[in-house]
Design a protein around this ligand. Structure first.
Ligand SMILES: [Zn+2]
Length: 214
């Protein structure tokens, strides 16, 4: 405790940062019908879906009415479940267009969205409309594509969100924090679904090196 106080005295901004990070972790919006947008984003294998599921489970424990959606393009594991890489899952509804989320009933308090990057450009407007109605919207998705470019509707969604949490994977080359999804296959298509056989998480340095070598 002494040590921490000394640290605070030396760097007052550190105290704020530590406090903010701790409260951010536990003080999620759990009041009734207060609309907001939360984004959880990062590279492949960064735990985005696990974090989405964690937040949704907490809401479920509080008996809040939740609805979960994912784009129907993503059917790697299951048509009706949001499944994370560690096989935790939660039932979701696959939809083609983000606008279908606007059909949720007035009883719905929390809307979860997985693989949000695969939705169209209307995603931000749809989430905005839901939040304005009083819905807590939690969207998880890739922030950048396989070339390191901002992914689809995610940048716009991050801009209007109350809260953005960046999660990181571990770089498979150097063990640093990874924020890029490097594609091992040579396909130039933007959407190539796959797992460890197709993508690897890399840090900035290793990602740039890998791209330069291709
Ligand atoms: Zn690295």
């Amino acid at each position: 405790m002494m040590q921490i106080r000394v640290l605070y005295d030396q760097a007052p901004c550190l105290k704020n940062r530590l406090t903010t990070n701790l409260t951010k972790m536990y003080a999620e919006n759990n009041t009734k019908k207060r609309g907001c947008i939360e984004v959880v984003c990062g590279s492949m294998f960064s735990g985005k879906t696990e974090e989405l599921i964690r937040r949704l489970r907490r809401a479920q424990f509080a008996n809040q009415v939740i609805a979960i959606f994912k784009p129907s393009v993503d059917n790697r594991y299951s048509d009706v479940e949001v499944v994370s890489h560690d096989s935790h899952s939660i039932t979701s509804k696959p939809i083609k267009d983000a606008a279908e989320m606007l059909k949720v009933g007035p009883e719905v308090q929390v809307v979860g969205i997985d693989e949000a990057q695969f939705f169209g450009e209307n995603l931000a407007a749809v989430c905005q409309a839901l939040a304005n109605r009083g819905v807590r919207v939690i969207a998880a998705g890739l922030d950048t594509d396989y070339l390191g470019k901002p992914f689809g509707p995610i940048p716009a969604l991050m801009a209007i969100a109350e809260d953005v949490q960046k999660v990181h994977a571990i770089c498979v080359k150097c063990g640093g924090l990874a924020n890029h999804s490097h594609r091992l296959s040579k396909s130039r298509k933007l959407v190539v679904l796959g797992e460890k056989d197709i993508y690897e998480p890399l840090c900035r340095e290793c990602f740039n090196k890998a791209l330069a070598e291709e």
